[in-house]
Design a protein around this ligand. Sequence first.
Ligand SMILES: [Zn+2]
Length: 56
Amino acid sequence: MTIRIKVCPICESRNLRLSSQFDGWLVPEMYICPDCGYKGPIYLEIQIDEKELEKE
Ligand SMILES: [Zn+2]
């Protein structure tokens, strides 16, 4: 069984986090990658095997 996860569009890191720094209504969602320093509204969605996730 495969699941979809969000990863960094630059380095494909799975550590991508959704920033909740702002609580305003009009602020778009911002994703932050701690690995390469990416910050922006774009993310990459990949499909991985569920078992692969359990390894970590
Ligand atoms: Zn990254």
